[in-house]
Design a protein around this ligand. Structure first.
Ligand code: ATP
Length: 283
């Protein structure tokens, strides 16, 4: 597949202001982008200088994937700005999530200031977005609280498709050739052991993300190394119930962390469970 030609914009349609985040390659900046005649707020992933040759293809791959998505809980790609000739930069322009990452947001809150029912509303949205991705045979491979962004305090979006892959329907999984700089703490055992990525592995990562969220941004398996985490999981141990988290929510986490992928729920299963929680907890 290739990028839709109408995604390309010229530099005069882009105003770039300050930094909002630090990415893997280069800074993410906030700005405004002219779309259909008016300027809208945006976030710009900018590749410049020596990064550009090594990472250009990765950034274009990310854009190609993002252009296929049309979902309220997934960050939208607005445009691509190729200014290689003029300023030697390549920019991926996305809709802005002004409140930044859920992890950073929650680390400034607690059960009183941002209670469980509000966490559930956000994670229900993330679950909805993940159900959409798994329906498209896509594995995100970097689902974590740091990659969930907030448009408002009650509106979350999944972002960062730099590691995402499409797999064939017939295969049911994506097989990585070798481990890279992976977010091991979020990965299911079969991903760690056999480099196998499926929607059931994504559910595992969703469970870890739930744990992070209900722990208000704590680091999972803090103090343990990758190998120690795997040993712990193989020994049947799991992350503990976050302080103040209701048993029903912790039960969902434990379901997500079933050792056998087949024993884990699907995102659609979880959507039903969230619906029940939200009706009974929020009202
Ligand atoms: P990594 O893979 O290391 O997480 P990356 O290079 O893929 O980094 P992103 O995670 O996409 O980069 O972005 C880095 C940071 O920039 C995010 O943590 C977030 O704070 C900010 N950011 C990215 N996209 C947006 C957006 N659409 N709206 C607001 N902030 C954003």
């Amino acid at each position: 597949s290739s990028l839709a030609p109408d995604l390309y914009i010229t530099t005069d349609k882009l105003i770039i202001r300050g930094d909002i985040g630090k990415g893997h390659f280069g800074a993410v900046k906030v700005g405004e982008c002219k779309i259909m005649g008016s300027f809208v707020p945006c976030a710009v992933k900018n590749l410049t200088g020596s990064d550009i040759e090594t990472n250009k293809n990765d950034l274009l791959k990310e854009a190609k994937l993002m252009q296929q998505f049309d979902h309220p809980y997934i960050v939208r790609l607005l445009a691509i700005c190729d200014a290689m000739e003029s300023s030697g930069s390549l920019m991926l322009v996305m809709e802005l999530a002004p409140l930044g990452s859920l992890k950073d947001f929650l680390s400034q809150h607690n059960e009183k200031s941002f209670p469980e029912e509000r966490l559930l509303v956000l994670m229900n949205q993330v679950c909805d977005g993940m159900a959409y991705l798994s329906g498209k045979n896509i594995v995100h491979r970097d689902l974590a609280a740091r990659n969930i962004l907030l448009v408002t305090e009650n509106f979350a979006k999944i972002s960062d498709f730099g590691m995402s892959r499409i797999f064939l329907e017939s295969d049911n999984y994506y097989k990585a050739s070798q481990p890279g700089t992976w977010p091991l703490r979020w990965y299911a055992p079969e991903a760690l052991l056999y480099y196998k990525f499926t929607s059931k592995g994504e559910i595992w990562s969703f469970g870890v993300t739930l744990w992070e969220v209900f722990s208000y941004g704590s680091r999972p398996y803090s103090g343990l190394k990758g190998r120690e985490i795997l040993a712990m999981l193989e020994g049947g141990k799991r992350l503990e119930c976050p302080c103040g988290c209701s048993p029903g929510v912790y039960t969902i986490m434990l379901q997500c962390w079933a050792y056998d992928p087949e024993d884990r729920p699907t995102f659609n299963d979880l959507l039903l469970q969230f619906k029940v929680f939200i009706v009974f907890v929020v009202r």
